[in-house]
Write a protein that binds this ligand. Structure first.
Ligand code: NAI
Ligand code: MG
Length: 490
């Protein structure tokens, strides 16, 4: 289905340069790159293309603010206050942010406004409240000593984020870094730099001192790799593809940086025959199609118990066929375009593979329209474990439905992947649900729900889906070092 093309006001782009030491400046090379509106394939604007010299300048500023600079001298409670102020400033501009995110990324404006942005505010405020509650402990060691630990900031954090939730990824990264007292050099994704740059401006307006947050837009192998290799950076927090994480791990080995990774998935979503099938179908539909299918935790392997299979497929197919596609800036749009041509091409090639490998396409299966990177919500039935659409992360609106009957066999198949990010089960049998939660190798398990996120609940992957956790107290600890102090009492 198509949305009505309403009269849409394009949001204004206010910042396109590198933000270093509190100043806006072009890339040292003078180079720029284009950021594209994926709904129209038109250029939105040119953005500074940062590279090694810009990263060097940004790291220098971040080091200065950290090593004896204003950030390290500020009371923790005052750091928290500035973070609350930043959240308030974002909230004042919430509609502008939703529109800018929608323009640059292609996500429906309504989803950005009601999904992403409330989570951004929650995350910043959750961690703002943590700033003055980062405690060490006292330890009764043998002998006449007083021993305690301090939780100290890890230092300069290099943060590299993807394009699927641009602002939310900023909040997940800045929140724990600022609360713990780190300073930041961030490289946003080349597809979606605009909201991150605007957020940097608001951070300055909130009173966060110059040099604490630096943003260098640019590409991965240049700006990104320079950040990873820089000896002045203490930690890299990365979200993106596992292959990129492998490169980052190698590049960071020289300086033995702390690393946290939030990577991809091929998450099993299990529908038992005793489940409420309307809820399970609606949950599977959102769990896969949310954000144009561009979610690391997408429930992209839907395992349905045989007795419920026909009814479930029919329900999901109807939902997929009703999904409203169109201009993401229109408030009634449910699905926008994929973020760029590379992603669009990758997804279309997987739809081809699904057909070629013998899966049955029961919904969608083609491009939507002839302008912009839109893909029809696509459902494949009759998928088997060895097909590429059941093994690879497609990162698009393509659902694979598999069937099962035997419980032990299901558990083995659910775990038969090198990913381990998320999993879900739909059932009325509480023992089954808990057994699944215990035995599935994934960092997040949802029971009778999907995509429930909260700043307080840790998120991250087993196996090759990641390293470490974001959000919650665990996410905060990943930005701290533990120091043991022992004082002789003699
Ligand atoms: P990517 O992993 O290449 O990009 C993510 C970020 O890493 C971007 O900011 C990029 O500039 C940066 N980067 C790339 N190469 C780098 C390097 N050598 N050193 C340092 N930084 C580097 O992901 P990409 O190419 O945008 O998407 C490819 C696939 O990755 C997608 O189709 C999807 O399957 C997966 N992906 C998963 C995400 C997740 O949330 N887990 C997010 C984005 C992509
Ligand atoms: Mg890449």
């Amino acid at each position: 289905m198509a949305t009505a093309e309403s009269t849409i006001k394009l949001p204004k782009v206010k910042h396109t340069e590198c933000f270093i030491d509190g100043k806006w400046r072009p890339a040292a090379s003078g180079k720029t790159f284009e950021t594209i509106n994926p709904a129209t394939e038109e250029v939105i604007c040119e953005v500074a293309e940062g590279d090694k010299p810009d990263i060097d300048a940004a790291v220098k500023a971040a080091r200065k603010a950290f090593d004896g600079g204003p950030w390290s001298k500020m009371d923790a409670r005052d750091r928290g206050k500035l973070m609350f102020r930043l959240a308030d400033l974002i909230e004042e501009e919430i509609d502008e942010f939703a529109a800018l995110e929608s323009l640059d990324n292609g996500k429906p404006i309504n989803e950005a406004r009601k999904g992403d942005l409330p989570l951004v505010l929650d995350c910043l405020r959750y961690y703002a409240g943590y700033a003055d509650k980062i405690h060490g402990s006292t330890i009764p060691i043998r002998g006449n000593y007083f021993t305690y630990t301090r939780r100290e900031p890890v230092g300069v954090a290099g943060q590299i984020i993807p394009w699927n939730f641009p602002m939310l990824m900023v909040a997940w990264k800045w929140g724990p870094a600022l609360a713990s007292g780190c300073t930041i050099v961030m490289k946003p994704a080349e597809q979606t730099p605009l909201t991150c740059l605007r957020l940097a401006q608001l951070a300055q307006e909130a009173g966060i001192p110059d040099g604490v947050i630096n943003v260098v837009p640019g590409f991965g192998p240049t700006a990104g790799a320079s950040l990873v290799k820089h000896p002045g950076v203490d930690k890299i927090a990365f979200t993106g593809e596992h292959r990129t994480a492998q490169i980052i791990m190698r590049d960071a080995s020289e300086t033995l940086k702390r690393l946290t990774f939030e990577l991809g998935g091929k998450s099993p979503n299990v529908v038992m025959a005793d489940a409420d099938l309307d809820k399970a179908a609606a949950g599977a539909y959102i769990g896969l199609f949310l954000n144009q299918g561009q979610c690391c935790c997408a429930g992209s392997r839907v395992f349905v118990q045989k007795a419920a299979h026909a009814e479930f497929v029919d329900k999901v197919r109807k939902l997929a066929q009703k999904r409203r596609l169109g201009n993401p800036l229109s408030p009634d749009t449910e699905q926008g375009p994929q973020v760029d041509k590379a992603q669009f091409d990758k997804i279309m090639s997987y739809i081809e593979k699904g057909n070629a490998e013998g899966a049955k396409c029961v919904a969608g299966g083609d491009r939507f329209g002839d302008r912009g990177y839109f893909v029809q919500p696509t459902v494949f039935d009759g998928v088997t474990d060895s097909m590429s659409i059941a093994q690879d992360e497609i990162f698009g609106p393509v659902m694979s439905i598999l069937t099962f009957d035997d419980w032990e066999d299901l558990l083995a198949r659910a775990n038969n992947t090198f990913y381990g990010l998320a999993a879900a089960i739909w059932t009325k049998n509480i023992s089954r649900a808990h057994e699944f939660a215990k035995r599935v190798r994934a960092g997040t398990v949802w029971v009778n729900c999907y995509d429930v996120f909260d700043a307080g609940a840790p998120f991250g992957g087993f196996k090759m889906s990641g390293q470490g956790r974001e959000l919650g107290e665990e996410g905060l600890k990943a930005y701290t070092e533990s120091k043991t102090v022992t004082v002789s009492l003699d």
